[in-house]
Design a protein around this ligand. Sequence first.
Ligand SMILES: Cc1cc2nc3c(=O)[nH]c(=O)nc-3n(C[C@H](O)[C@H](O)[C@H](O)COP(=O)(O)OP(=O)(O)OC[C@H]3O[C@@H](n4cnc5c(N)ncnc54)[C@H](O)[C@@H]3O)c2cc1C
Length: 425
Amino acid sequence: MLRFALRTLKNSIRSVPLCAGSKNFSTNFDKIPKETVDCVVIGAGVVGIAVARELALKGREVLVIESASTFGTGTSSRNSEVIHAGIYYRPKSFKAIFCVRGKELLYKYCSDHGVPHKQIGKLIVATGSSEIPKLNNILCHGIENGVSDLRMMEGFEAMQMEPELQCTKALLSPSTGIVDSHSLMLSLIGEAENHRTSFFYNTTVIGGHLEGNHMHLYIAENKDLEKSFEKFPLQPGLILIPKLVVNSAGLSASSLAKRFVGLPSGVIPPTHYARGCYFTLSNTRVSPFKHLIYPIPEDGGFGVHVTLDINGRVKFGPDVEWINDVDDISSLLNKFDYSVSADRAQSFYPKIRRYYPNLKDGSLEPGYAGIRPKLTAPRQSPADFFVQGEDIHGVNGLVNLFGIESPGLTSSMAIAEYIAANFLK
Ligand SMILES: Cc1cc2nc3c(=O)[nH]c(=O)nc-3n(C[C@H](O)[C@H](O)[C@H](O)COP(=O)(O)OP(=O)(O)OC[C@H]3O[C@@H](n4cnc5c(N)ncnc54)[C@H](O)[C@@H]3O)c2cc1C
């Protein structure tokens, strides 16, 4: 049955053209093939993939619809690849609960499945006495969140561990680590596929409507989408009618939800975008640090920190740059600017030198950038992850995941566990 549905899906998407006419969707859906399916996950980032695997392991048939040409090309491959301990987040928030649980699940999964990872530990550093109260607050948050292994250290102790470091005091988090996110996603996909999950790439969910209290999803093939989007209304090639749909579209989750006709618009939070750039160290393959080094967090992010990848390469970042010019169409089409301007390095040097004074002039090279989907604007308190189900929006079988910024990678398996436990009927 699933095989048949999938064949139909592939064929039918190709056979129905995008059509010209009024500005909105074409409303003549009679000729468009429809398929009733079990579960649809929108987006093959690490969260969507983890959700698909979890649903599949619970015996459900899952289709993953991904607009890019392969998995994990969005935020899931543009982050620090840190397995966070769960220290910073408001106690009892989803971020705190999912991060602590997700860390446990992730370490176990990586060990069991040979996914490259290392529990290398992290130092959060105060570089002046004015920052010490903030460090104490971070410690309290961590303890409240159930991170039981944190240890406050005097500056000299931390500097003995890390000779290149300069700090007044430091908080050691031994359970923080790093993971090869690509290998993680690949492994989760393999397992999901072995349990009746199918992944469709170059395929976009362009909207949907509510009918009989079920979301009908409009599916279109990608290749004509971009040139047609602004000029013509879109006609889907296929309508999928899932029992459960998980909108895990990352940066595009809000703009996609706005295109679900019948979903009360008041429940859809606006997404604010904050780019974070990374710089690498030129002329050296040897990292100056063995641990991850984090300053006190800044507005919108964790501060320009030192991370290491699984091969020991060092990078600094991400900074925070709020982006205002992302409209809903650009968001839906994944048209985000990930370029890293070399000029931004000038603001990195003083930030990094506060804890790494030996950083040489001219040693930073542009690396890559990621974008955070934030539910609050600059200078507002950080928002929690928003897992929005029927209890909030009233639509049976629709789960929207909004604002899945950091620690979304760490939390991915816990989010998946939560969705399977709470939304599967
Ligand atoms: C700079 C930065 C650093 C970070 N560092 C860390 C870290 O160290 N540790 C940590 O735990 N977390 C970190 N995070 C957060 C983490 O990377 C994200 O929370 C996580 O990757 C989100 O995964 P996702 O699957 O929700 O989104 P994404 O990876 O963005 O996936 C969403 C997918 O949906 C697809 N899509 C969008 N619209 C549609 C549509 N209409 N139809 C079909 N497909 C669609 C996109 O193409 C994309 O592939 C960081 C984030 C940033 C930005």
